[in-house]
Design a protein around this ligand. Structure first.
Ligand SMILES: [Fe+2]
Length: 187
């Protein structure tokens, strides 16, 4: 059975051991995605909700709006991602001169967990017409990374400083757009 407070406590302990222990914990939690959904509740809105934020560890509940995408970005810290509803399509990028080039992809469905290294650059697409829900665990303060984070323009792939306010606005506008789609299940 998934219990949010217990998960947070266990995560703090696992993070002290390292990324592999966090992955193991998340894999156990995601072994029953419906339980995680029951404990965290049906998503009402797209967005990023912190369950825990500290200097060494951040636990975020991600709710992706239907069919929304997030531009390439890095984290400057390791992360572990577990999906409990919907799907996250990740494209991984590598630096190539002054820009980036696509280097791989990983599609994650309910129950699946991915580990991302400290230097990973990825973009994320929710390819389904309903909200996708995930727990993301970061090995640091997600909101104040130790080194400046970058994002890359979706269209031009030009690097620019990461803009949290813009990211939050993206979730809001993606949700608003989805509520006007005639096929949207969230209407
Ligand atoms: Fe990310």
């Amino acid at each position: 059975m998934f219990d949010k407070d217990r998960f947070i406590e266990d995560c703090v302990k696992a993070a002290a051991e390292g990324q592999a222990a966090v992955r193991e914990l998340l894999q156990r939690a995601m072994s029953d995605p419906a339980e995680v959904m029951r404990a965290l509740g049906e998503p009402q809105h797209a967005g990023i909700t912190p369950l825990l934020r500290s200097r060494d560890l951040t636990i975020l509940n991600f709710v992706w709006a239907p069919c929304m995408s997030l531009m390439p970005h890095n984290h400057q810290m390791y992360s572990v991602v577990g999906i409990y509803c919907g799907r996250e399509d990740n494209v991984f990028w590598r630096r190539s001169g002054a820009t980036i080039a696509a280097a791989g992809a990983k599609s994650l469905g309910p129950g699946e967990v991915a580990t991302l290294g400290r230097d990973v650059i990825h973009s994320v697409l929710n390819p389904v017409g309903r909200m996708t829900c995930a727990l993301h665990v970061y090995g640091g303060d997600f909101f104040e990374p130790p080194e400046p984070r970058s994002e890359w323009d979706h269209e031009t792939l030009a690097e620019q400083p990461w803009d949290l306010a813009k990211v939050k606005e993206l979730f809001r506008t993606a949700e608003a757009r989805s509520r006007h789609l005639p096929f949207g299940e969230q209407k």
